[in-house]
Ligand binder design. Sequence first.
Ligand code: GLY
Length: 363
Amino acid sequence: MIFCAKIHLLHPSKVNQLNFSSTKHLSKFFNHYNIVNSRRSFLQNSLLGGLAASTTDFWAKALPNFDKPDKKAFPIVIATWGPHLKANAAAWEVLSKGGYALDAVEAGVHIPEADPKDTSVGYGGFPDRDGHVTLDACIMDENGMAGSVSFLEHIMHPISVARRVMEKTPHVMLVGEGALKFALEQGFKKENLLTDVAKKAWEEWKVESKYKPIINVERHDTIGMVAIDMQQRIAGACSTSGAAFKMNGRVGDSPILGAGMFVDNEVGGAASTGLGEMVLRTLGSFLVVEEMRRGAHPQKAAEIAVKRIARKYPKQCEEAQVGFIAVDKRGRHGGFAIHPGFNFVVYQRNENKVYESESLLAK
Ligand code: GLY
């Protein structure tokens, strides 16, 4: 009885309902959280150890019931940021005809990659501080196969190069000159991706040369997308031109499997947006998927990953945004961010909708 009461008291869902009006409250909260959480893990492990010993199929029963999803929940596609409704629609075009989730996410991500008005993905992306548009992208399929490119220049659709890396090479990731050489060998066209608008922004930036990522800049950023098709195959894709005016050679979270995006066909998928350094240090998308594997709703799993970042980097959280989207194998979805202002798009049951994300810091 005492045992159960303690577990209930320390349940993370209670912790995750909290919001903070200021990052000053974060460290105080997490000192307390760390103590109770480690005690909770110990108690849970003791309990689970006892049960596992008594029944061999304990783990199967303990995991969420992913094998009986609501069939009407599929297909589904989720992507970061409201302006990516069009990208979602392109993915839906594939999914609604019974198409393959991997084709859907590739088609979806092509939309902002080719849009010169989108200054944070592909063509039209803001350059690094030396004036180079350098692109990062990754893709992952239902079998856990993955491809990635990073620090790639002159190619309009890095997501398709990433897919070729996955399908045509024995490797997962190609970068820089090697990635470009491979893309050209594969028939991709070399193009100038620096638009006049992006060049002008860079020239204005050079006057002061002050590097300061802006929270929710224009309410779009990296596109991260996860889709589940009618056959319940899951795929994810992520593409970006990275932080505007970054150092030449800088790589963010987007091309790194487990950071910018991760899917596991047994569980679900997740993707991130915002300042990649904080996601890289915490492998945020992998964490979201693992929390869903442990039974968390996608919304809660995204929240746990944001809180992990906040606990480790409270100071940086004051100045930077990170948001996650997530979907599980039951077709449930969610998103969570550090700061208000993040939103995401979900196409499900013939409806393409924008959801305003909850956030750690209050509006
Ligand atoms: N999340 C994109 C980047 O930081 O590069």
